[in-house]
Design a protein around this ligand. Structure first.
Ligand code: HEM
Length: 364
């Protein structure tokens, strides 16, 4: 009978023959003159990224599996949160790695850049998988060269990306889970009626404060009242299903109406023990979004430093394209909308005793 535990050597366990034999600087193969010293750094940095992308995909797939269930267990929410937090930690590392690559100067890069053409970060399949698993939709992507972003991949990968998009992203899975948030209506407590009242009071108070302010002139008052009107549009999106449907139609919101209400309840009553973990989960998703956006900015800055205004090897405008993705490609934008709709704790309707007990795991 074979033993359950066999011995193995560090080198073979990590398949280091393959990993360490996977760096082939083109300048070494092609150059008639001197090979470019910094090309090894360039290759290893990209390979390290791809390995981390693999780990991120592993984490995100497991989180998908959890939220795919019709009934998500409480203990699974803890696991999901933990894995999403791990993704953020990896992203922090990926942002840091840019500093290492920036020790290569633009002139050093030019020693081998010509050999890279037309290879480009556009061809990172795993990066597109990460974006798609999280929820970046094809119709939200900035296009370049007027071609589909996936056209650079072989057909099997294009099909897989399409399937991933159709099977539902994390945004959609989280939205379905939020729709099932309990306690929106519990015994005699109607969260909505209370929230509605509190919002109206808060907006009226802010309106009066602007109108009566001795420090603002008429023009400034008019401007501020208009801005207040804009934020009340978002309040309306949760107070009225019709306004929500309109914002959804305009592509400003992705969560369903019920999910938005669920997320709002979780955020407002996040100090109640039963809502703590869901709150941490939503927070961790914002962390991922924030760090991915920071990576996009940092990568764009590095590109500006390295290439100036040269176009990319993949045919985009380079810096301008990348900087625009940082603005337009955030994914969990609904969670930021929730922040617009928060009201101060002091104005939160107090919970009836039975609701507070239920939210606090109270056992007689
Ligand atoms: C000297 C360093 C680098 C330069 C000059 C550079 C340049 C560029 C440029 C110009 C683009 C736009 C596409 C194009 O026209 O080619 C791009 C896209 C991209 N690069 Fe880099 N890059 C560098 C390092 C990296 C590293 C280390 C990674 C890590 C994997 C990376 C990943 C990507 C990805 C994923 C995209 C696609 C971004 C998107 O479409 O949202 N790049 N890069």
């Amino acid at each position: 009978m074979p033993s359950k535990y066999t011995t193995i050597h560090y080198h073979s366990y990590l398949d280091l023959d393959k990993v360490l034999d996977a760096q082939h600087p083109r300048s070494l193969e092609k150059a008639t003159g001197k090979p470019a010293h910094d090309e090894l750094l360039f290759i290893i940095t990209h390979q390290a990224y791809e390995l981390w992308f693999k780990q991120i995909i592993h984490e995100l797939e497991s989180v998908h599996a959890i939220f795919k269930q019709d009934n998500v267990k409480e203990k699974d929410i803890g696991n999901a949160t933990h894995r999403i937090q791990r993704v953020t930690e990896i992203l922090k590392l990926l942002i840091q790695q840019i500093h290492v690559l920036e020790t290569m100067t633009p002139l050093d890069f030019l020693d081998f850049r010509d050999y890279l053409f037309p290879a480009s970060g556009f061809q990172s399949y795993q990066f597109r998988v990460v974006e798609t698993l999280l929820g970046l939709k094809n119709d939200k992507r900035i296009t370049y060269n007027s071609s589909h972003y996936a056209s650079v991949f072989p057909e099997t990968q294009q099909t897989h990306l399409l399937e991933l998009e159709q099977q539902g992203s994390l945004v959609e899975r989280i939205s379905s889970w939020l729709e099932r948030t309990p306690f929106i209506q519990y015994s005699d407590f109607e969260f909505f009626t209370h929230y509605n009242k509190a919002v109206k009071m808060m907006l009226e108070k802010e309106q009066t404060a602007i109108q009566e302010s001795p420090y603002l002139n008429e023009k400034e008052k008019e401007m501020r009242l208009m801005m207040l009107g804009n934020s009340s549009t978002y309040f309306a999106s949760v107070l009225s299903p019709d306004s929500h449907a309109q914002l959804k139609k305009e592509g400003k919101i992705r969560f369903s109406y019920q999910a938005t209400v669920g997320a709002l309840l979780i955020n407002l009553y996040r100090d109640e023990p039963i809502l703590r973990m869901p709150f941490m989960l939503l927070n961790s998703l914002m962390d991922v979004d924030e760090h991915l956006t920071t990576w996009r900015y940092r990568h764009a800055q590095m590109v500006l430093r390295m290439l100036g205004r040269k176009i990319g090897t993949g045919g985009s405008s380079g810096y301008d394209y990348l900087a625009e993705t940082a603005i337009k490609h955030p994914i969990f934008t609904d969670l930021y909308t929730i922040s617009t709709m928060l009201i101060p704790r002091s104005q939160l309707p107090p919970l009836p005793k039975d609701v507070e007990d239920a939210l606090g795991f109270f056992y007689k």
